[in-house]
Design a protein around this ligand. Sequence first.
Ligand SMILES: Cc1cc2nc3c(=O)[nH]c(=O)nc-3n(C[C@H](O)[C@H](O)[C@H](O)COP(=O)(O)OP(=O)(O)OC[C@H]3O[C@@H](n4cnc5c(N)ncnc54)[C@H](O)[C@@H]3O)c2cc1C
Length: 309
Amino acid sequence: MSENVIIIGAGCAGYTAAIYTARANLTPLVITGSQIGGQLTTTTEVENFPGFPEGIMGPDLMFRMQEQAEKFGTRFAYEDVISVIKDESTGLFTIKTSSQEYQSKTVIVATGASARYPDIEGEEKLIGHGLTACATCDGAFYRDVPVAVVGGGDSACEEAAFLTRFASKVYLIHRRDTLRASRIMAERTLANEKITPVWNSVISGYITDDKGEVDGAILTDTRTGATSELPLKCVFMAIGHTPNSSFLGDLVDRDSAGYIMRTPGLMATKTPGLFAAGDVADPHYRQAISSAGMGCSAAIEAERYIMGH
Ligand SMILES: Cc1cc2nc3c(=O)[nH]c(=O)nc-3n(C[C@H](O)[C@H](O)[C@H](O)COP(=O)(O)OP(=O)(O)OC[C@H]3O[C@@H](n4cnc5c(N)ncnc54)[C@H](O)[C@@H]3O)c2cc1C
């Protein structure tokens, strides 16, 4: 028997799609992958999700979303999807995990995008403790203290400019001696008095305080190999994201950075019945609330697709 909707991913987009499709009586199945609750389970306080004026811990918010989806009859399979194919003659999708195969009339892909980190020793433990990849999310926690952005592209420049609203000083650490951001963005960044470029440098280690929070970075000069210490309270990585969509093969088109391309204004992809929501299809915002919004839209589009077929 085929499912109506299979939602791949259990983050803000996946859970919201589940709430909507469950309330539409489509009895969705969510295949969660290994990170149940998604990226927000890796952070502490979330202050910008509407409805929580006092803030809410990331894992608590995601647990509440899961509970809400369950309340309306969502089912969960705690597995990783390894491939999705569509049978054009039946119009059904086959979703394969390591242990079984499912069939579904529609699929909502909500698998997120993983921020890239350079693989420095001890890094994993510091994510959320002075190491992050989201200035919009965490910038406001670092007021009147020095911080750094790592990267040299447009995103790094945008993050650095945003952080000047809070931090006492923003170091822009880049492995080369020129930015690869667009010219106007590079000029604006270098003209900003609060931003200090640190050229030809990479972070090779972190200094932590007695609470385990970042207290400084160890820099290595990419030309000489010489090391130095830079006191700071938070490092914002801006070296790109990897959207998690490789298991979809050619069912979707991707932009140059790997994000799933959607029909403009919709969550539909080039394959009828396959929808994409959240960070995996969003090179611009990558926020909890925007992902949730996309999950809602994808659910409504999936429901209409089923009604029309
Ligand atoms: C440290 C940190 C702090 C953040 N703080 C904030 C904040 O304060 N405010 C804010 O708005 N945003 C914040 N964000 C961003 C926010 O977490 C994301 O925008 C949001 O989680 C994206 O939701 P999503 O549902 O698209 O994907 P994700 O949350 O990334 O969820 C992806 C889901 O897909 C699953 N998955 C992946 N691959 C597979 C597969 N092959 N098969 C099955 N399942 C799969 C994963 O297991 C996971 O359940 C933060 C992010 C991080 C990393």
